[in-house]
Design a protein around this ligand. Structure first.
Ligand code: OGA
Ligand code: MN
Length: 295
């Protein structure tokens, strides 16, 4: 089995063929995928019709899996295994969510540029999203290369932001679209966590911005100044030249490196099913620990 890579964009993202992820991978094939992720940050693997168990088994080879934060809520029985984030618009009976369903409103948050789990003290390393059912139109996913965005920043800006620590909370990002339906218990559990604004990617040695709509403050900076700086950086990082847009086909598995990319879902007709299953591989340490800083 040999991995074949075909670039999909001038800066990052490649299609990877030549592996069957339903079968156990040998160490060399796995190392090939990790090396490709270090180089391309986003890998599209077409025609990988995985079951949840196969997706969990393959993802687990890349590191420890997160469990979904929705797992904690008692109001609805989760549709999927706790190691699968339900990125669909479906309820536990596989019916399209009602217009006023909290889960539908919450899911809209994925339309904001973000990196997965940056609101957790130890955020996500990789996400793996498997397309099971897709709408005929819309519902693409866009990715932004935050290494290239860092490289393109003017030097004075690079100097200004290196060493800064941002505060990330999902309460903040959801709040920007008017979604505030969180319980007291969730509010307590989802308080802001610190993340370095600039990271060095251990696999490639490249410096990268680390940004998300979850970031709502910067330590030691007045709030309006911090928010405006974050908005400017988001605008910079999501310019078209840094963005790859993925148009899904059923059976696609897309793996992205959350340490050096952002992504967002694009709109689609929410009355038709879109069923996507995500597994998430956790990083090993917080970004502050990785930078040798105390939390
Ligand atoms: C995700 C996500 C975007 C999409 O799975 O983490 O943000 O297009 N998905 O569904
Ligand atoms: Mn996401």
């Amino acid at each position: 089995m040999s991995l074949h890579l075909r670039p999909l964009h001038a800066l990052f993202a490649a299609e990877a063929t030549g592996v069957d992820l339903r079968e156990p991978l040998d160490d060399a094939a796995l190392a090939g995928i990790v090396a490709a992720l270090d180089r391309y940050a986003v890998l599209v693997l077409p025609a990988q019709p995985l079951t949840d168990d196969q997706q969990i088994a393959f993802s687990g080879r890349l590191g420890p899996l997160e469990t979904t934060i929705k797992a904690y809520r008692a109001d609805h029985k989760p549709r999927l295994d706790l190691h699968i984030s339900d990125v669909s618009n479906l309820d536990e009976n596989n019916r399209v969510l009602a217009e006023d369903d909290r889960r539908r409103m919450n899911g809209l948050g994925n339309r904001l540029w973000h990196t997965d789990s940056s609101f957790k003290p130890v955020p996500a390393r990789y996400s793996l999203l498997s397309a099971r059912t897709i709408p005929a139109e819309g519902g693409e996913t866009e990715f932004a290369d935050l290494r290239a965005a860092w490289d393109a920043l003017p030097e004075p800006m690079q100097r200004r932001i290196e060493g800064l620590v941002a505060e990330h909370s999902i309460l903040h990002s959801r709040g920007t679209i008017g979604f505030t339906d969180f319980s007291e218990e969730e509010r307590a559990r989802l308080q802001p966590v610190p993340q370095t604004l600039v990271r060095t990617h251990p696999g490639s040695g490249r410096k990268t911005l680390y940004l998300a709509s979850h970031a709502g403050a910067i330590r030691g900076m007045k709030l309006p100044e911090a928010r405006l700086l974050l908005l400017d950086l988001m605008e910079h990082a999501t310019q078209r030249q840094f963005v790859y847009r993925h148009r899904w086909r059923v059976g696609d598995l897309v793996i992205w490196d959350n340490r050096c990319t952002m992504h967002r879902a694009r709109p689609y007709d929410l009355s038709v099913p879109r069923d996507m299953h995500r597994t998430t591989v956790s990083d090993e340490r917080s970004t502050l620990a990785q930078a040798g800083l105390a939390a």
